[in-house]
Ligand binder design. Structure first.
Ligand SMILES: C[S@@+](CC[C@H](N)C(=O)[O-])C[C@H]1O[C@@H](n2cnc3c(N)ncnc32)[C@H](O)[C@@H]1O
Ligand SMILES: Nc1nc2[nH]cc(C(=O)O)c2c(=O)[nH]1
Ligand code: SF4
Ligand SMILES: [Mg+2]
Length: 207
């Protein structure tokens, strides 16, 4: 009997993997191979990846096979996302990708203690399940989703906790884009240490 379904990180629950253009944040516009892991316990009501939430739908698969597939594309960068990747042991995956000379970017809510080695960490904190303390100094980018004006205060609360060089982004919640983009633009103009991230892949109609 194996009590560890993830075999120390050699297997992970894969939802999908695909080569596309990073649509969000600092690396927006950069071709990247996405690895989307299943399972999330954070429960954002506007989550655009709800199909990932139930980990039982995604039995663990061999990480080596994911890495081989990624390497069959000309991608130079990998985005590890989900679901919530911090739920899983990521050392094995990130070591294998690093060995292949790939840059590794992470998308996380920071809800759980993080394992693995990353070239870039995007922290997208969620009010209902805030990040663990240890992720704040490691964030290269803070990306706060704005669905209403109340989220500007949440954005500042998190900005006060990241390192000095961390890039700050406000990202309009997609289903409220038309209503909230105006206030987001005005907030950034009045508080220019914040930049705006729009989900460019949705405008481009690509994955
Ligand atoms: C699907 S999440 C997966 C990674 C991780 N669970 C997280 O939330 O950071 C990827 C990114 O999409 C953002 N996101 C999800 N739904 C969104 C929406 N409706 N509008 C704007 N951004 C959204 C998240 O905040 C996160 O930055
Ligand atoms: N193109 C594209 N860019 C993205 N950046 C972050 C995404 C995510 O779901 O984590 C995402 C995504 O789903 N697609
Ligand atoms: S933390 Fe990320 S994957 Fe989980 S519900 Fe929120 S946006 Fe979706
Ligand atoms: Mg997405």
């Amino acid at each position: 009997m194996n009590n560890d379904p993830f075999c120390g990180g050699r297997k992970l629950p894969l939802v999908e993997d695909f080569y596309t253009i990073q649509g969000e944040g600092f690396h927006a516009g950069k071709p990247a191979y996405f690895i989307r892991l299943g399972g999330c316990d954070v429960g954002c009501r506007w989550c655009d990846a709800k199909m990932t939430w139930n980990p039982r739908l995604y039995p663990p698969v061999e990480v080596d096979s994911i890495v081989e597939r990624a390497c069959s594309y000309p991608a130079q960068a990998i985005v590890i996302t989900g679901g919530e990747p911090s739920l899983y042991p990521l050392d094995y995956l990130t070591e294998r990708l690093t060995e292949r000379g790939l840059e590794i970017f992470l998308e996380t809510s920071g809800a759980h203690e993080l394992t693995g080695r990353f070239d870039w960490i995007c922290l997208s904190p969620k009010r209902q399940q805030p990040p663990v303390d240890s992720i704040y100094p490691r964030a290269d980018e803070l990306k706060v989703i704005v669905e209403s004006e109340e989220d500007f205060r949440w954005a500042e609360t998190n900005a006060a906790r990241v390192a000095a060089g961390c890039r700050l982004y406000l990202q309009p919640e997609w289903s409220r884009y038309d209503r909230i983009v105006g206030p987001v633009v005005e907030y950034a103009k009045a508080n220019p240490r914040w930049n705006i991230s729009v989900q460019a892949h949705k405008f481009m109609r690509i994955p």
